[in-house]
Design a protein. Structure first.
Length: 497
């Protein structure tokens, strides 16, 4: 009887520790997602204080995005090989220190350099955090609940970033959008050795896929840079075409290398899991639609409705709270009826919201025009992001947890880079068409800008609709379960904290 009581007490202690560990990795992930959006609001202040030129200012975003999007897949595999907790701490330490340096930056060159380091830290941290979640919680109800919490943090981080960025920039200064990461990062680093256990895939060989790592990292970084450059200099310039061609060549070379590699960075066998493949494809399309949605809505509210940075941030509260509230509902629905029924519904609701955003008028009213669409969008994001994350990890062995985590993060980030570049071009093009068709119209007038946003939102609605259709067709009713036996080249190992 006494041994049974002791056993139950140990189980309860381990359970509490696991959920405390989840709080730590979710806090770190929220900080990373927050940072993607929080900087946008502060760009005007950064430009004034550090004497940025208009062309250089975009590099505050681009320098971070190139490293973040380009290194995620490599970061995921490094977590499997070197240790997930070890890489989580390394990435978080680099992210925290570079955040401090960002806030102390004294020139445009120093800020851009520190943003490169911050993007690298995020790329190491994010897939390690998700793979720790995957190996800590068993597939099924328990992992779905954990991913529901993860989804609430990730899905709401972008909207919260706009709100917090506006508040900090208005009340203090732009430096505080970076300084706020320092105490949070320090606290998480301090708690990590006590709450997280080390895990890794101990390979039965000493090979590392350097050729694969170099080709995919270089290809993805070139792709993000090419997308950013295309929005500034056009898609048909020789340099943009050359960068895109080089990116495609490197990514194609990566898949050829992986087919022949004895120790592939990305084992292509995981794509035999249809639910994983469909979730990653949906992540690519959803990333394109959602990143671009935040980008266009912020421009609409600030340039057309003339909201301040703080008011723009406050406008996202309805969306943020809806995502948080319905992420728990989403994981519960996935547990009961499966990814296949929930994910397409979430993408369909996101499509409806994008159509409503396309119909925003020049003299829009927040509560009649924006707020209803925000609520529908928040519901759609919760019902899409959570099942997408669950599906992207369904059937994955513990040996591949890191690379699967890096893969879904990569698809979302690359989709976002492509989407923002695409809608920027579309909005600018159709705004110009409107000006040419209306004598006396200005490219900065509300009517011209709204016309460009309208066409761009309709394109995003089409992308989201395609994602919903593909998810409905490709997702399995009964996804494959993780292999009971380990992959022949991997032996997961746990070490005490």
């Amino acid at each position: 009887m006494n041994s049974e009581i002791v056993s139950n007490a140990v189980d309860e202690g381990q359970d509490r520790r696991r959920w405390a560990a989840l709080a730590v990795i979710v806090a770190a992930q929220f900080m990373v997602v927050l940072d993607v959006a929080i900087v946008n609001v502060a760009l005007p202040s950064i430009k004034t204080d550090l004497n940025f030129s208009q062309e250089s200012l975009q590099w505050v975003i681009t320098a971070y995005s190139i490293l973040f999007g380009g290194v995620l897949l490599l970061g995921g595999r490094l977590a499997d090989v070197l240790g997930r907790r070890r890489l989580f701490i390394a990435g978080l330490l680099l992210f925290t220190v570079s955040s401090l340096l960002d806030g102390l930056a004294w020139s445009e060159t120093s800020l851009i350099a520190f943003r490169v380091l911050q993007g690298l830290g995020a790329a190491l941290l994010s897939p390690a955090a998700l793979s720790i979640l995957t190996t800590t919680f068993r597939e099924g109800r328990e992992r779905n609940l954990a991913l529901g919490i993860w989804g609430a943090a990730s899905g709401s981080g972008g909207a919260a970033g706009v709100l917090l960025g506006g508040a900090l920039t208005s009340a203090l200064s732009w430096s505080w959008i970076f300084f706020i990461n320092v105490p949070v990062g320090a606290l998480v680093i301090g708690l990590t050795p006590w709450l997280l256990r080390e895990s890794r895939a101990e390979l039965g060989h000493r090979h590392f896929d350097f050729a694969g790592a170099a080709s995919i990292t270089g290809g993805l970084m070139l792709l993000v840079y090419a997308m950013t450059r295309a929005t500034q200099h056009g898609w048909t310039t020789a340099e943009t075409i050359g960068l895109l061609a080089a990116s495609v060549a490197l990514i194609a070379a990566f898949f050829v290398i992986e087919l022949r590699s004895k120790a592939p960075l990305l084992p292509l066998r995981i794509f035999r899991l249809r639910t994983l493949s469909a979730s990653n494809l949906s992540g690519l399309l959803m990333g394109g639609a959602i990143f671009s949605q935040f980008f266009l809505l912020t421009l609409y509210m600030q340039q057309v409705l003339h909201y301040s940075a703080l008011k723009t941030g406050l406008a996202y509260i309805g969306l943020t709270l809806t995502i948080i509230a319905f992420s728990a509902v989403a994981q519960s629905l996935v547990t009961r009826i499966g990814v296949r029924r929930v994910l397409p519904a979430g993408l369909a609701l996101s499509t409806v919201a994008l159509v409503l955003f396309a119909r925003l008028p020049v003299h829009g009213n927040y509560f009649t025009d924006l707020f209803p669409a925000f609520i529908i969008s928040g519901l759609g994001l919760a019902l899409a992001f959570v099942p997408m994350s669950i599906g992207a990890l369904t059937g994955v062995s513990s040996a591949d947890a890191g690379v699967a985590s890096g893969l879904i993060n990569t698809n979302q980030q690359i989709g976002g880079a492509i989407g923002v570049a695409l809608v920027t071009t579309i909005a600018t093009t159709f705004t110009t068409h409107f000006v040419h068709a209306h004598v006396g119209a200005s490219a900065f007038s509300g009517a011209a800008l709204t016309h460009g946003f309208e066409v761009a939102f309709y394109v995003l609605a089409g992308i989201s609709a395609v994602g919903a259709l593909l998810a409905a067709v490709m997702l399995e009713s009964h996804p494959s379960q993780p292999e009971v036996e380990l992959a022949p080249d991997a032996v997961p190992q746990l070490e005490a904290a």
